[in-house]
Design a protein around this ligand. Sequence first.
Ligand code: FAD
Length: 390
Amino acid sequence: SGPLVIIGAGQAAAQAVTSLKAEGYARPIVVIGDEPYLPYQRPPLSKAYLGGEMTEDRLELKAPTFYAEAGVDMRLSTRVARVFPADREVELADGARLSYGALLIATGTRARALPVPGADLAGVFSIRTIDDVKHFRAAAEPGARLVIIGGGYIGLEVAAKARKLGLDVTVVEGAPRLLARVACSTISDFARTLHEGHGIAILTGTGVTRLVGTERVTGVELQDGRVLPADLVLSAVGAVPNTELAAAAGLTIENGIRVDEATRTSMPDIHAVGDVASFPSRLYGRRVRLESVQNAIDQAKAAAKTIAGGVIAYDPIPWFWSDQHDVKLQIAGLLDGFDRTEVEGDVAAGRFCVRYFKGERLLAVTSVNDPKSHMLARKSLAPPPVSVPG
Ligand code: FAD
């Protein structure tokens, strides 16, 4: 016995609570989150909220009354420091201990640290939390020179909003093209043209060696020795899963906390979901860890079913979106070793889709202002139904 303790109060935690209640789960639930906010959506942090087009209260995933009405003991600004599986206890940062009947780890990811000297100077930001955006916005004066390190989704989304806020924006990407890990060159070229068209400077194939400045950052030194003057720097070089807690407790880690298709970790009554968990994908024939709202929601639903005593096999079609200027990118599937692409639509007009194939098999589809092709992709990528025992 003992409550279900959920570590992390983010997207996956909010969904797990909602789904557990819908499943009729009657045990007490305690949610422990280290941020001062109720669970909120992160996608607008680099989009509408950053741009000032969305207010803070609209980020909340559930109304504040929801948790109280659901009888959830919500503990914010509280960090879990350790997990003791043998004692079925968690220890909080202040030393207090709490016993659990079941544990759900939903600790998400954090921004990857920029691996160069000067990364800790004032004026260097990353965007992962509401507080990160508040700090960034406070420094983002119109006319300020912003250098964004990393030309992935978050870097490019912030570039678009910062430009709209009147900043002078340069994106520096080490790979030869933008979005190199997540898209083909047709999309990369399209993105470059899009951002350059809005007055954003794009440097690709350019490594950063150092951030220059004494207390505050004043510049970004590139591999070729050039120094780009900067009033602000945004580090957008990816995320790392918050697995330390789980690793110290002895859980198996394999690019995230290793879970099975029913969100179970290597230890009894401990589940993990969302950005922090890696699960077996039958669809792609390998273990995957996804950083997406789709995965946080659907995997949390699966965990709720399992914890409430049902059986489920989580094997999703991954999907994702990104908003940049007036363009909506939608991605279904993973690009795993594609050997050929097909483009349909009008690239110059900014309305098309790219289909990725391996041999005859469709792996993924990226849609640009073309929601129909995205919905169709999510249908045609669906895995064959699986029969679940029990
Ligand atoms: P999170 O929502 O990150 O929640 C984890 C929480 O656990 C955090 O609050 C963390 O502080 C807390 N925590 C960690 N360790 C502890 C501890 N020891 N004790 C207590 N609390 C702890 N996805 C999309 O699909 N589309 C998008 O367009 C998109 N845009 C994004 C833009 C940005 C700027 C960011 C940062 C993410 C974006 N994502 C997007 C990804 C999406 O937000 C995540 O996949 C999702 O939030 C994952 O949910 P989660 O519950 O696993 O983790």
